[in-house]
Design a binder for this molecule. Sequence first.
Ligand code: NAP
Length: 487
Amino acid sequence: MTFHAKFSGYADPALHAMGLYIGGKWQSGSGITVLDPSTGNLLAEVADAAIEDAQRAVDAADAAAAGWRATPPRQRSEILRRWYQLMTQHAEELATLIALENGKALADARGEVAYAAEFFRWYAEEATRIPGEFRHTPSGSHNILVDHEPIGIAVLITPWNFPAAMATRKIGPALAAGCTVILKPASETPLTAYAMARLGEEAGVPPGVVNVLTTSNPGGITNAMLADPRVRKLSFTGSTGVGRVLLAEAAKSVVSCSMELGGNAPFIVFDDADLEAALDGAMIAKMRNAGEACTAANRFYVQAGIHDAFVAGLTARMKSLKIGPGYDPETQCGPMITQNAVRKIDRLVSEALAAGARATTGGKPLTENGYFYPPTVLENVPVNASIAREEIFGPVAPVYKFESDDEAIRLANNTEYGLAAYIYSRDLKRAMKVGKRIETGMLGINRGLMSDPAAPFGGVKHSGLGREGGVTGILEFMEPKYYAVDY
Ligand code: NAP
């Protein structure tokens, strides 16, 4: 791994990890360049794993598996707890790394580190509460004993938008369950993953229990690992398109899959909502990570009576945001991850404008260096525009006017996705009644933020399979074993 001088000046040298992490050993290399999205300049170059490296990672995870499975839950718990503490101690350096390689504003990066570390604390606690079951058969013929065993070696694939939290949300429950893992972070943001692996080493994670690989050949490497009969779990967070490809690949070896995929969250504001609260919630739901979140509000459905006041309030708030590099402490809206991301946002906004939408602020990419798109509000957007169907993944808030509850529900459900949704109303009964009819895995009622390590995170429809976090998250990494017992 090579560090660019600018990067070395920002990051704590203790977290300058040395490339592929396999079987407790660091293997330096090059081939994958990491860019600063606020300038397009080189930050660092990391190793590019080949298929043989992935096979060595599976060997290492296999060699460590029996020992880790036999490690008492209390001991596994204490290692996770130490990892949580080390992440908390190094929170500022980790947040700087995230702001550098991902571009998000430091405040968002700090929030991510705290959220990410909480998964280790939560699963340190859950490691000691692995459930079992005892039942009598209705016929009285025998007894039913259900144990939960670690599922086996898990391959974990994560996206660039939460480089710390998407990794800990998988590693925490996997290690708590007794599984060994191979993490493949996104190529845009590998530095955070390697820095966290360094802290894991310091926390006492035994060699081979956590392995980390970066690669320019994610398909080839993943297919090779899924074809190895020792790999029994794939936990993926990323786009629905790649998720579909991986589900098909995993089917060949009948590997258990957890899929956290794309979203297209509706944000519904009823006439009876508290306007200021709805605007506060809208800013969080839209602008956390500058809109680069799977739970980001993608479609604002606002009832006719409150519509104009909402658009005016949202426009004023979006206009006031300071744009800049994530690592500048003044920044509130950082760059997008790549130039391609800016192009996609530009296409969606241009198509909406051509179809009759009006931008009350923003509406065009910024022309300075780096991958910037300004906070944008669109009104009068046609409900069938491509911006209503595709994930925007940027700081653009399209607002649509509706009249009745039934119309809001119909519009909200008019998508292949079903990850997150938001409702603002002072009438809780109405919000709950509408919420019951929204096809979603998660629903924020009078809240713009729902992520919490103690809650089950995940979607319905094409947004995924399974849940991460909460008390059930650990079961994604376990197999129930039924003992029919007669005595
Ligand atoms: P992506 O393109 O699907 O990539 C995600 C990860 O998959 C990266 O590590 C990527 O590696 C890897 N990958 C790409 N092609 C692969 C293949 N053929 N085989 C194996 N791995 C492959 O998604 P992204 O653009 O990074 O992330 C944004 C997406 O993630 C959005 O759709 C967002 O909604 C979703 N997301 C969902 C959740 C959730 O919890 N539901 C959370 C966060 C993000 P490379 O980087 O090397 O290409």
